[in-house]
Write a protein that binds this ligand. Structure first.
Ligand code: HEM
Length: 450
């Protein structure tokens, strides 16, 4: 043994309870727990969710090291075990060479030109949703947005229209999405397939969707041709003369469904919430002014997006305050050194975007909603790696161009049709499941635009 090598050490952290470790504090209020860890222990802290220690990182350069500088030393798939029942061997559930190879294969489906071709679907479905509403309606906006982004993603992925609501397939997706594994279910690995359990409801949804997807794959393989959707791209993709199997295609499609609509719909729900707060009235006014002067009541086309930068900054700012993937997990393959600590192989690493994006020493008025901070002259002062809503490195969100396009089109189209007033007495709260959802949804009342 090399006597000069430093012995593995762990950063400080809260005392774990026997058996429970630190799970009780984490499950009770994850966001507050993470903030307190940073306030108490500084750059990193050790917690116990299992027998193996988890080191939570809060420093931009440490986070960069794990995600982008030395990503080969860190695996990720075991953090997506909860999703695996739905996503099989999609990107979330792969590591190492297999992940790199599969990512290369599916990448063409996310090329800018291909993604841009979905702008019309995004616009059209948003307009149809808006046409079904009228001034004075009170809505659960989070659910409407979820239906809309699901409808968009189903059309873009496999060219099926779920309709405005209540299709069998739509219900199957809802079954899966509304019964996401709770933290406790994930930690305790509860799997009880009964009609009334969350797991059972997800399984029922999955069986319906699987049937449809496999039928579509068989039909497309027979008929050939490019329908302009992700499925066509995945069927056409090959490496060394080998294409993807039916199961691989199904798993990739399901991964894009799982990753690709709740994240966008939740971000939009938080955006409407932030814009609806009395203290952000001037931000709403600036955004509305930009939209009406540039778009004059029309839903934006692809070419219009460069004319509405404040819309983009507004979304950037929501993603700072409410990053949907608020915690990223990795596990070290081999011993590694971060700051003054040498951490053993096998250690879990957790990256807290919730804390990083709100650190008062990195962000001026960190808790305030200020889209202006994304103006290029201001954005150049942002500390590198202090903002990573889409992650970083080789596992960075592959769907980012899709999400950015979709969120801008939906926001710009919706805000020109109605003013969204938060229902009186309604309180928005965070609900950190796998992604950062608004707890109790978002109740709004539709008002005419001025
Ligand atoms: C606001 C919207 C979105 C946010 C904030 C977001 C965020 C993220 C983040 C942070 C990661 C990296 C996780 C990690 O490093 O472990 C990720 C990965 C991923 N995202 Fe997104 N995402 C969004 C939308 C989408 C969309 C629309 C799609 C697909 C249509 C998508 C597909 C994926 C996939 C497949 C991965 C796994 C990539 C890999 O492991 O190589 N995401 N996303």
């Amino acid at each position: 043994m090399d006597a000069t090598r430093p012995k593995p050490t762990l950063p400080p952290g809260p005392k774990p309870l026997p058996v429970l470790g630190n799970n009780h504090s984490f499950v009770k209020d994850p966001l507050n727990f993470l903030q307190t860890l940073h306030q108490t222990y500084g750059p990193m802290a050790t917690i116990y969710m299992t027998d193996t220690p988890s080191v939570v990182l809060f420093e931009p350069e440490h986070i960069h090291y794990v995600l982008a500088e030395n990503p080969r030393n860190f695996t990720s798939a075991e953090f997506a075990q909860g999703l695996q029942e739905f996503t099989g061997h999609g990107l979330f559930n792969l590591d190492g060479d297999t992940h790199r190879q599969q990512r290369r294969l599916v990448q063409p489906a996310f090329h800018r030109k291909r993604v841009d071709s979905y702008a019309d679907t995004m616009r059209q479905y948003t307009l149809e949703m808006l046409d079904s509403w009228k001034v004075g309606d009170q809505l659960a906006l989070d659910q409407e947005l979820q239906q809309l982004t699901m409808r968009i993603v189903a059309k873009c992925l496999f060219n099926v229209d779920l309709g405005l609501r209540n299709s069998n397939l739509g219900q199957a997706f809802t079954d899966i999405l509304e019964n996401q594994p709770r933290l406790l279910e994930t930690i305790l690995k509860l799997r009880i397939d009964l009609p009334f359990t969350d797991y059972g409801k997800r399984q029922r949804g999955k069986r319906i969707i699987d049937k449809v997807i496999y039928q579509l794959i068989a039909q497309r393989r027979q008929e050939g041709g490019d329908e302009g959707d992700f499925l066509s791209m995945l069927l056409a993709t090959t490496e060394d003369g080998h294409g993807l199997s039916d199961t691989q295609i199904r798993d990739h499609i399901m991964t894009f469904v799982a990753a690709g609509h709740e994240t966008s719909s939740n971000t939009l729900a938080w955006t409407f919430y932030l814009l609806g707060l009395a203290q952000n009235e001037s931000k709403y006014a600036t955004l509305y002014q930009e939209l009406t002067s540039q778009l004059r009541g029309q839903a934006p086309s692809l070419g219009d997006l460069s004319k509405i930068p404040y819309t983009e900054w507004t979304i950037n700012e929501t993603l700072r305050l409410y990053p949907p993937a608020y915690l990223i997990g990795r596990r070290a393959r081999e011993e590694f050194t971060l700051g003054e600590y040498t951490l053993s192989a096998g250690t879990f690493v957790l990256i807290s975007k919730w804390v990083l994006h709100r650190r008062p020493d990195l962000w001026e008025a960190a808790n305030e909603f200020r889209p202006e901070r994304w103006r290029p002259e201001n954005a150049k002062n942002i500390v590198p790696w202090s903002y990573i809503p889409f992650g970083a490195g080789p596992r960075m969100c592959i769907g980012m161009p899709f999400a950015q396009l979709e969120m801008r089109i939906l926001l710009a189209t919706m805000l020109q049709r109605f003013k969204f007033r938060i229902a009186p007495g309604f309180k928005m709260q965070t609900d950190p499941l796998i992604t950062l959802r608004p707890k109790n949804g978002l109740q709004v009342i539709l008002e005419p635009v001025s």
